[in-house]
Each structure stands twice: as C-alpha cells, then as structure tokens.
Unconditional design. Structure first.
Length: 361
C-alpha cells in the first residue's frame, strides 16, 4: 500500500521509526475481536496510525449504556449494529472486513487471514477461544481487560526467535479466575476503557514496527485510582501449550466451563475467618502494592507479587499458605506460578480478596 508521507509525517520523523516502520503498518493485517469499550479506542487509533487492513469481529448492537465508554458511537446509533455504526464513522471501506462473532466453528478460518489478533472482549469464554486459535495457528495475541478502576495488558504467543514463542494466555490463567465479573455486572469507569484501549493499540503498533520493548512474557497491571502500574513476569508453560496443540479447540467454550468455582485450592473469606478464630496454623501473605496494604489489610506478611515469585524460599512448605490481594486475581496468578514453576502444593487463594473480606465484616 502506498503511504501518504505528509499525513503520517509526525510518525515518520520519529527516531527508530521512519518510513520503514510506517510501511509495516500499511502492510499489516490486524483482527480486532470486539468493538466495545476497549475495541473503540483500539479501532480509532489503529485507523489513525495507518494500519492497512483491519478485520472486526462483532455482532452486538449499540445500547445507551455503551455510550460513555464506547466512543465511536452516539445516541442516534442506539439499537444499530455496531459494524454499521463503524461504517458510518469511517469513510475507508477498503480498510475493513467485518466478521460475525467468533465461535469454535468459524474462528480458525477467520484468524488464519490475519497476523495480529487483538482481544478486546469482556468474557472469559471468548478470551480462551481466541487464545487457543492463536496458539494453534501461531498468531500473535494482544489482549487487554478492564474492571471498575483497573486494567491489565499483555502480548501473548509472540515469536521471540524462529524457534520459540512467548507465554500464552493459558500460561497465565490455565483456568479463568473465580469471582470475576464483566463490565455490565461489576461496572467500569469510562476513562479506564480509554486508557487501556489506547495502551492496547500502542502495543499493537510496537509489535508491528518492532519499535520499543514488546510486552511479551509480561503482564501490565494499571490502577486508575492511584495511577500506579506494575509489570509481572510470566513464562511459557510448554506442557500446557503441547496439550492444547495435541487436543485442538476445546469441546465447549461456554462461560460456565471456564468460570467454575471448583478449583480445589481456593478458600472463601468466611472459611479464612473461621481458621483465624480457631487459631489454626497457616502462613498468610498479602501480595498487593504498598499503598493498598497501607489503606487496608487483613494481617499476615506483606510480600509484593514480584518479590514473592523471585524468592519462593520465604514460603512455608510445612503448613498451608494463603495468598490474598484486592479481588483474588493477582493472588490467583501467584498461586498458579508457584505451583507450576516451583512445585508447591500447599498454596491457597483467597477468593474475592480484601473486597470480599470487607463485605463480610
């Protein structure tokens, strides 16, 4: 595709960017899964930076409750198909290819036509479906999610070299975290969607142009209340990947399949309270950031998540170890990493974290 050098001049003059990087954007083929709170800024910025071909998988309608955070739409488009609203917004028909919602039956045929897959959805069933298709077809996945005032972002299945790829989404979460809500159930601040969607689009640009440090084998956590962020290190679980490649897509990607509470290594806040009252012996570890610890805690040791993973020797092997965070998501990551990487079999995650504890008391 021929580049309009005047239009993209501010990008082209950037150090380490130039005409070569702009040409990579023009030649790129990107599939965006979802056109909601994250998808809207992703679409808008990827169009703006000069992506050459863009697919959008979406079958939802615009609703009035979408408008605060789904910035491509307005009140005149309520009840209109989102893909039709996008066609109205952008006068570049050759840029877009529209697809219906992804399913086990159609995903492989769609994903194979793109180089980078951008997951902007708000449910675990689709998230795992997209991840699995990317692994099976050796595609790069840029995935983000938001909840209330927080967001997370990572680049998965990225080719580190011609033989090795980075961690997949299932390497981070082999199963969906428990007690997770989508935006409709748990709420989200509109600006959080804007921030995380913009960061997601930014990461897509970095992946395409190879400018900057790609966020692979890492998970960025961003807190909109405090404007603080942290980056967790993750690793590819080769056994998990090989199992997926051998078995192919799962039989069922329904929400119930991936949101089961039957983890076997979780504990409720009521159960923890009872353990404390009975004065049972266990190690309690808070894996949150310092500002969260200072604001409120339920006791135990304070060892930030990254430090815990770097120094597993501080974890007891002679008694149960209960990890907690704000909602039970970061502590679930710690539980899985400690189990998979170091072989611990005594790590228990506090479901719902300090939020659930506060509601109990």
């Amino acid at each position: 595709m021929k580049i309009d050098e005047q239009k993209f001049s501010r990008q082209i003059i950037l150090p380490e960017f130039g005409l070569a990087a702009q040409q990579k954007l023009a030649d790129a083929k990107v599939l965006i899964v979802g056109a909601g709170g994250l998808g809207c800024p992703v679409i808008q910025y990827l169009v703006a930076v000069g992506i050459g071909k863009m697919g959008i998988a979406e079958n939802d309608l615009v609703s009035i409750s979408n408008l605060p955070r789904q910035i491509l739409y307005d009140e005149s488009q309520v009840e209109m198909a989102k893909v039709e609203a996008i066609k109205q917004r952008f006068s570049i028909p050759s840029l877009f290819t529209f697809h219906d919602a992804l399913s086990k039956e159609n995903i492989l045929a769609i994903v194979k036509n793109y180089e980078i897959i951008v997951d902007t959805t708000d449910n675990f069933a689709t998230r795992y479906l997209v991840n699995d298709a990317c692994v099976l077809l050796d595609k790069i996945l840029v995935s983000a999610s938001i909840h209330q005032y927080q967001g997370q972002l990572g680049v998965f299945n990225f080719p580190i070299n011609h033989k090795e790829r980075s961690a997949t989404y299932r390497c981070l979460f082999p199963e969906a975290p428990t007690n997770s809500l989508n935006c409709a159930e748990g709420g989200v601040l509109s600006t959080v969607a804007g921030v995380m969607g913009t960061l997601q689009a930014h990461e897509v640009v970095k992946v395409i142009t190879n400018v900057g440090e790609i966020l692979y084998n890492k998970l960025l956590l961003w807190n909109g209340k405090t404007m603080q962020q942290s980056i967790l290190t993750i690793e590819r679980n080769h056994a998990e990947v090989e199992k997926l490649k051998a078995n192919g897509l799962a039989d069922d990607y329904s929400t119930n399949t991936f949101c089961s509470d039957e983890t076997g290594m979780d504990i409720s806040v009521q159960q923890l309270k009872e353990k404390i009252e009975r004065k049972e012996k266990f190690q309690l570890i808070d894996v949150r950031e310092k500002f969260e610890r200072d604001e409120f805690n339920i006791g135990g040791e304070w060892i930030q998540l990254n430090e815990l993973l770097k120094h597993p020797e501080i974890i007891s092997t002679s008694m149960p170890v209960i990890l907690y965070c704000k909602k039970g998501e970061r502590s679930k990551i710690a539980q899985q990493r400690l189990t998979d990487k170091f072989g611990f079999n005594n790590i228990i995650n506090l479901k719902g974290g300090t939020d659930a504890w506060r509601s109990l008391n």
